[in-house]
Ligand binder design. Sequence first.
Ligand SMILES: NC(=O)c1ccc[n+]([C@@H]2O[C@H](COP(=O)([O-])OP(=O)(O)OC[C@H]3O[C@@H](n4cnc5c(N)ncnc54)[C@H](OP(=O)(O)O)[C@@H]3O)[C@@H](O)[C@H]2O)c1
Length: 235
Amino acid sequence: MNILIIGGSGGIGKAIIKHITRSFPEASVYATYHSTLPELKQSNITWFKTNTSLDTDIKELAEKVPSLDILINAVGFLHTFDQKPEKSVTQFTVDFFNQNLNANTLPTLLLAKHFSTHLKAKKQTYFISLSARVGSIEDNELGGWISYRCSKAALNMAIKTISIEWKFKLPNCCVFAFHPGTTDTPLSEPFQKNVPTHKLFTPAYVSQQLFKLIDKTRPTDTGKFYSFNGEELPW
Ligand SMILES: NC(=O)c1ccc[n+]([C@@H]2O[C@H](COP(=O)([O-])OP(=O)(O)OC[C@H]3O[C@@H](n4cnc5c(N)ncnc54)[C@H](OP(=O)(O)O)[C@@H]3O)[C@@H](O)[C@H]2O)c1
């Protein structure tokens, strides 16, 4: 089994890799990082330094990776040291919006562009992107975080659109967006203080839930937005 984890250096990405190496020791894992090579070094893990917002980097990655059973995109961005998500639209800046789009939306589009042939070869394949419930337009009752919300809503639209195109071109592939729930990683760290402990998940738990979902879903389930508990979310 060949599995590609995009953003294998992130809190959830790393936990997904650990889950795979424990549960599927025979699997070959291909993983990307952006800044620092993670301490996860095993003979069945191949690392690539990749800027997932660059067409050229994703194209080059696609040339180095063999056909795949599962591709999971765990790249994401919510804040920087000096810039937190907007509480009001008056705080909106073009730069921060573009940073959100670059990290949260672009990678999935580029991955779909360059990896469709990799996901065609096997009998049953998965193309999964980590999204966020706050990207659901129907579910938005709180407002705020406008750049992150818009970038995840655009990601959701990309996933839905890719799933429709691939129903015909890659009928073996199940395409879905996955909401991990609030998970204890650097991305959520500044926003954890009001989250009750039982609602703050470990990356290990979330990875386990994602693989339960992979086990349960088939190509006929393509084009859905799933929560960590397997529930379907409105787009
Ligand atoms: N944690 C939560 O509570 C939560 C909730 C809902 C949804 N999510 C979603 O779950 C996914 C994983 O998040 P996480 O919590 O694991 O976050 P994280 O620990 O901050 O990891 C983020 C990952 O994205 C990569 N990344 C960020 N900007 C990038 C860029 N411009 N180019 C390439 N790679 C970039 C990072 O690479 P480097 O570290 O190598 O730079 C890292 O691998 C994200 O899509 C996030 O939106 C998380």
